[in-house]
Design a protein around this ligand. Structure first.
Ligand code: NAD
Length: 492
């Protein structure tokens, strides 16, 4: 029996008004395991109207401390349900359970971190030039915000947006990816159980048209999007036409740089974590491994040998190290990139094909793939593949490494492996990237801001700066002087 899901609007699960659903395929079995509403603009309008109502009638009058209590309760519920929720997410997108279960804890951590801000949205009092004018700044929510997420980590990407949005006092309408909507729809039940007023949290599902309808909905005052740069551009253009702000968390082609003086054992593990964690389907994938010539062969051998031994299998088995690719279009796209790289003569060291064998044949498995001696200006080094495909690139000098690392239209993350503190300082400052990791990789924290330079995005998530994405600024000036003013000159 397949699972049937409904939309979540105004505190209730409801059928889509057009009655349509679409199948969700388990990428490990290749079978349809659930049906998701394939809704349209009419339900988006209902959801936005419910959110506007909730904002006007309840949520904007709800004090920060009460919002924090609800957010902490929701955090407790998701933590208690982490196992069940991670099974749902893994079934839907093929990401290994060892990662999805830790991501559920991340959802709780984000909610708790931002709940702490909900009753501390302190404004400022500004001393002006005139002593008899009181000026102060208030930070206020936008009202209704639209949150659009990708399929690779549905709930953890949602938490990055939802937690600050709620703490700031906004109501939300969420549009998860059509390839992995189940965990977000299940999460809605926890929001309800936590006791959030109806309409504060709504979920609409479907494809691009539903996302477009959300961005274009009159009641939506801000949008936050995680996904591909192409769609990010379209959303920014649509938001631009409406003159509403957007946060964009987009793709990357991040350099992971290993210098001769690094702890090579640790660096090799960091290189593997960078590209084969989450089957490479992570925006921060360290998909370009830049290695200094003196340790190049040693690193290449270490990475390739371990890559060939990565344990593929049932994503729900905690022993599995790499799961499937999340969906068929993505599976075909990755194999296409590998084929094109081989056609232009890239040196394949390991992998390169669909992975087959016992327990693998029905799933979208791809062998952990390593190409060596890659040119930094090739497609393999410049285009985001979003899969388990590593381009290893040699370099000689620090200057060369910096120049190659930055020679990309992306700027999401960068890794540096070195024991020389002066070098670490120089290179980390030179990186055109929103996140720089030194002697670690793919390490995240609720407190630390995250986001991209260049085509990797606009705005930041997490940390205090992430909260301010969901707040707008009001300045109030109170003149308590008795002096008469000149009505024909601006007052300053
Ligand atoms: P995608 O851009 O295809 O889709 C993302 C979401 O946007 C989905 O919900 C989709 O239905 C919706 N959408 C599609 N077209 C739309 C439109 N015209 N208007 C409004 N919404 C629309 O991305 P994806 O394939 O789901 O995810 C992979 C991409 O996401 C990769 O590029 C990856 O790097 C990026 N990503 C970025 C981060 C980050 O934090 N920077 C994190 C994870 C994934």
């Amino acid at each position: 029996m397949t699972q049937q899901y409904q939309l979540f609007i105004d505190g209730q699960y409801v059928a889509p008004s057009n009655g349509r659903t679409m199948p969700s395929v388990n990428p490990y079995t290749g079978e349809v395991w659930a049906h998701i509403p394939d809704t349209d603009a009419a339900d988006v309008e209902h959801a936005v109207a419910a959110a506007e109502r909730a904002y006007q009638t309840v949520w904007r009058q709800t004090p920060g401390v009460a919002r924090a209590v609800l957010m902490n309760k929701l955090a407790g519920l998701i933590e208690a349900q982490a196992e069940r929720m991670s099974i749902i997410e893994t079934t839907d997108n093929g990401k290994v359970i060892r990662e999805t279960s830790s991501q559920m804890k991340w959802v709780g951590r984000q909610l708790r971190f931002f709940a702490g801000y909900a009753d501390k949205l302190y404004g400022q009092q500004i001393p002006l030039d005139q002593p008899d004018v009181l000026d102060y700044v208030m930070y206020e929510p936008y009202g209704v915000v639209g949150l659009i997420t990708a399929w690779n980590s549905p709930l953890s990407l949602l938490a990055n947006k939802l937690a600050p949005a709620l703490a700031a006092g906004n109501c939300v309408v969420v549009k998860p990816s059509e390839h992995a909507s189940a965990s977000t729809l299940e999460f809605a039940a926890l929001v309800q159980e936590a006791g959030f007023p109806p309409g504060v949290f709504n979920v609409v599902t479907g494809g691009a048209q539903v996302g477009q309808a959300l961005v274009n909905a009159k009641g939506v005052s801000r949008v936050s999007f995680t996904g591909s740069p192409g769609v990010g551009r379209e959303i920014a253009a649509a938001a631009g036409r409406r003159l509403i702000p957007v946060t964009l968390e987009l793709g990357g082609k991040s350099p992971n740089i290993i210098f001769d003086d690094a702890d090579i054992g640790k660096a090799v593990i960091g290189a593997l974590a960078g590209i084969f964690g989450a089957t490479g389907q992570t925006c921060v994938a360290g998909s370009r491994l830049l290695v200094q010539r003196g340790v190049y062969e040693q690193v290449l051998k270490g990475v390739a040998e371990r890559a060939a031994q990565i344990r593929l299998g049932d994503p729900l088995d905690p022993k599995t190290e790499m799961g499937t690719v999340a969906n068929e279009p993505q599976f075909k796209r990755i194999l296409g990139s590998i084929e094109r790289a081989q056609q232009v003569g890239a040196r394949l060291v390991t992998g390169g094909r669909r992975a087959t064998g016992p327990g693998l044949d029905k799933g979208y498995f791809i062998e952990p793939t390593v190409f060596a001696d890659v040119s930094n200006d090739s497609e393999l080094a410049q285009e985001e593949i979003f899969g388990p495909v590593l381009a290893v690139i040699p370099f000689d000098t620090e200057e060369q490494a910096i120049s190659m690392a930055n020679d990309s239209r992306y700027g999401l993350a960068a890794g540096i492996w070195s024991r020389d503190i002066n070098r670490v300082m120089r290179v980390s400052r030179a990186m055109q990237a929103g996140s720089v990791w030194v002697n670690t990789y793919r390490a995240l924290a609720a407190q630390a801001p995250f986001g991209g330079f260049k085509e990797s995005g606009i705005g930041r998530e997490r940390g205090e700066v992430g909260l301010h994405e969901y707040l707008t600024t009001r300045n109030v000036m109170i003149d308590f002087s008795n002096a008469e003013r000149d009505p024909f000159a601006i007052k300053n």
